[in-house]
Design a protein. Sequence first.
Length: 327
Amino acid sequence: MGSVTGTGRVGGLVGLNYWDGEIINSYSHSSVSGESSDIGGLIGEVYGVTLINSYSTGQVTGSGSYVGGLIGYKHYGTITHSYWDIETSRQTTSGGGEGKTTAEMKQQATFIGWDFTNIWNIIEGVTYPYLRWEEAPVLWTRYSFRIDNETQCLGVGGIAVDSEDNVIIASNRDVIKYDPNGNVLWEYDLCGCGVAVDKTDNSIVVGLCNSSVIKFSKTGSILWIEELQEELWLSSVKSVNPEGDILVSGFGRVDGVFKSYFEIRDKNGNFIRSTTRPHNGWWPSAGFAEPGYIYLAYDLAQGVAVEKVTDDFSSTLWNYGRWRRWS
C-alpha cells in the first residue's frame, strides 16, 4: 500500500528500467500519479526489461501521454504472465501485460504459470496474490472506543463466527455483528463476557456481566433474556451443542462461598442443571465435548484443573491438574 508521486517516468515499483534486466515475482498495490508522461502501476518506462509473474492494483493517474495500468511506456522487452487490475487502477490500457477485473485478480486460475506452492499464496476470492514469506494480509480492522469504568468485564469477552462467515464480538460495552467485509450488521450497548453461535439457526447467545444470558436472532432481534440461578460477578457463554443447549461458566458467591459456577440451559433459555467447583480468582471456562460430555476448567490455589464430566454432572471421567511452581 502507499502512494508514489512524481513528474514523469513514475511507477509503483520502478520508475525507469534501462537496458537489460529482469523483474520476477513482484507486485505493487501503491497508487501512482505523475505530472507528465510514462506513468505505470508497476513500471513507468521500460527499456529491454524482462518482466515475469508480476502485477499491480493501485490507481494510476497522469496528465501526459503513456499512462498505463501495469506499464506506462515500453520501448522493447518481454512481458510474461503479468497483470493489472483494470477496476482499481482505472486504466484499461497498458504498455504491456493483461488487464483483469478485481474478481479475476483474486482467483488463482488467472495467474498462468505462477508457483503457488513455493512462491505465491492467495486466499481464493478474497485476496490478491501475496508472497509466501509475507504474513497473510489484514483484510479489515474495526475499533470500538466506548468505555464504562463501572463494568466488571474488561476487554474482549469473546468472538464467534456463524455459518455465513459473519463475526460476532462481545466486549466490555458492545455486542456487535459484522459481515465478512467488516460492515456492522447490528450492535447493542451491552457488557458481553462471552459469545457462541447456535448453528441450527445462526442465533447468538451472549453471557452478560450482570448474571444473565441473552439470545439474539441472526438479524439482531432479542429472543429472550434469562437470569442465572446464582448471582455471579461474570457469566460467560463459550459453547452451544448441536441441540442448541447453552453452557455458561462464571464465578461468584454460591451458598455464601466463592466458587466457579457452571450452568446448562436449553435453546429457549430454560434452566436444566448446574454444578460448582472451587475458585481461586481466575475466570473458569467450559465447553461441550462429544454428545453426553462436557469439559470444565477452573483455577485452584496451586494451579489449574481440567475435568471431563458427563453432561448431567453426575460423574467425572478424568481430571487433570497443572500445578504452579513458585520461585
